[in-house]
Design a protein around this ligand. Structure first.
Ligand code: ATP
Ligand code: MG
Length: 429
């Protein structure tokens, strides 16, 4: 990259200082492409896609950089060859300069660019023929994720099985126990540790559809709209039954972090209670309610009473088998070599699932940047992964700091006994 313009050079510096800034990186990529450095542009677009897999602009740029030469005026200018990589017998007549991207692409497989944004991407369910409704609350079709896909967390799975799934699997039993099974299960725990993932897996286990709603999305600035939204969520679920309704950020109804004023909030809570109780219980046949929150102590007390979200399930940071599964999952489609998973698992105690995903991404990024710098694609190795691990601190720490206070001073009725037991086991109490 000897002949880079000053503009490109300073953009490079800026990007290095703000590696997460996708628009900035795309700007750099575009300039590189315009300057005829398609290979370097591909590398930048690839990193941008790591940060924002769905970004349309990044994808378009990537396509342009990899395929047809950019239509800009500068495309005919010969680029300074990035390297003299000996191209391993690629017979395809790819009009690429210097760097053999065809071969590189084959080597690094799915890592650049991601072919699918999300393997379990929600599909819009439109069976009811009510387009307005389907547009408002997306219902995922059943089946994508099962409990077996949740790594480790055996305790969570056992409790789910006993308290929720076994009685529900069988429709006969469900009918029999219908009344006493009313109410939902509240998943709680530190951020990024799999609450949403587990909820989706529960839907998969039940062969039920999955309607995931953030309570913050239900809340509306206009008085009355929140109640109507809440009602529509449940109406959608009833029409699509069997269906798991997953109410994320249930604490948003607690009023402590409210966006609307409190009387509106009260009505929304009441609406939710009405929906949970089912106007007539039969209407809720086949509708299963799960809630999730990072701060169960902020959830409106009315929602925690018997018959409502009276059962809680603590979803903790992934244990060793879970971390292995998560790491394996995120490295699955990436070009890796000699990765010692056992070592990584040991080093990542306390990391959340989201932290682990981030770790894999950073490692891939450093290998990619290296490849772009040297002009030779290299695999992701332990060096990258260990480097990334060193830079990360578990994001669950602050959560445990406040959870500790709750365990110490607010464990009325033993509702946080699970948490207390865990903290004791970890010698934090
Ligand atoms: N036990 C696990 N097995 C496999 N993947 C997991 C596991 N736990 C978490 N993950 C992965 O970690 C990521 C974060 O999980 P998820 O979004 O479910 O966390 P969350 O508890 O809902 O977080 P938040 O509080 O931020 O909503 C997901 O991509 C999920 O695939
Ligand atoms: Mg979540």
């Amino acid at each position: 990259m000897s002949a880079e313009s000053p503009l490109i050079q300073s953009l490079r510096t800026a990007v290095a200082a703000a590696p997460q800034d996708v628009p900035l990186r795309l700007h750099l990529a575009q300039l590189l492409l315009d300057a005829g450095a398609a290979d370097a542009a591909v590398a930048e677009a690839a990193v941008a896609l790591q940060h924002a897999p769905g970004d349309a602009q990044a994808r378009a740029l990537m396509a342009r950089a990899m395929g047809v030469p950019a239509p800009g005026p500068a495309t005919t200018a010969p680029a300074a060859p990035a390297s003299s990589t000996p191209a391993p017998a690629s017979s395809t007549p790819a009009p690429q300069r210097g760097f053999d991207w065809k071969a590189a692409e084959e080597q690094i497989g799915d890592a650049v660019p991601p072919r699918f944004v999300e393997p379990e991407a929600p599909l819009t369910e439109d069976g009811s023929g009510d387009p307005g409704d389907a547009a408002a609350w997306d219902v995922e079709v059943p089946g994508a994720v099962r409990l077996a896909d949740v790594g480790g967390l055996q305790e969570v799975k056992d409790r789910l099985e006993a308290a929720f799934l076994a009685p529900l699997r069988n429709p006969e039993l469900r009918r029999l126990y219908g009344k006493s099974l009313r109410g939902g299960l509240l998943l709680y725990g530190p951020p990024g540790c799999g609450k949403t993932f587990v909820a989706r897996a529960v839907a998969g286990e039940l062969g039920a559809k999955f309607l995931s709603v953030s309570v913050n999305d239900v809340l509306d600035m206009w008085i009355g709209n929140s109640e109507r939204n809440m009602h529509e969520v449940f109406e959608t679920a009833r029409r699509q039954a069997p269906c798991v309704v997953f109410l994320d950020e249930l604490d948003a109804l607690g009023g402590k972090r409210s966006r609307t004023h409190s009387s509106g909030m009260r009505n929304t809570v009441n609406q939710l209670l009405t929906e949970l109780d089912g106007v007539d219980a039969a209407a809720n046949e086949g509708v299963f309610v799960l809630g999730a929150t990072n701060v169960p102590w902020d959830v409106d007390l009315a929602l925690r009473r018997p018959g409502r979200f009276d059962r809680t399930l603590l979803v903790l940071p992934p244990d060793a088998p879970a971390r292995e599964a998560i790491l394996r999952h995120h490295l699955r489609d990436r070009p890796i070599e000699n990765v010692d998973l056992g070592k990584l698992v040991k080093l990542t105690e306390g990391f959340s699932g989201a932290d682990l995903a981030h770790l894999c991404e950073s490692a891939a990024e450093s290998a990619l940047l290296d490849s772009a710098r040297t002009g030779t694609v290299r695999m992701i190795g332990m060096k990258d992964l260990l480097g990334a691990a060193k830079q990360l601190t578990p994001s669950t720490e602050p959560w445990f700091a406040s959870a500790r206070n709750v365990a110490l001073y607010a464990n009325e009725g033993g509702q946080y006994d699970d948490l207390v037991a865990y903290l004791k086991r970890k010698r934090r109490l």
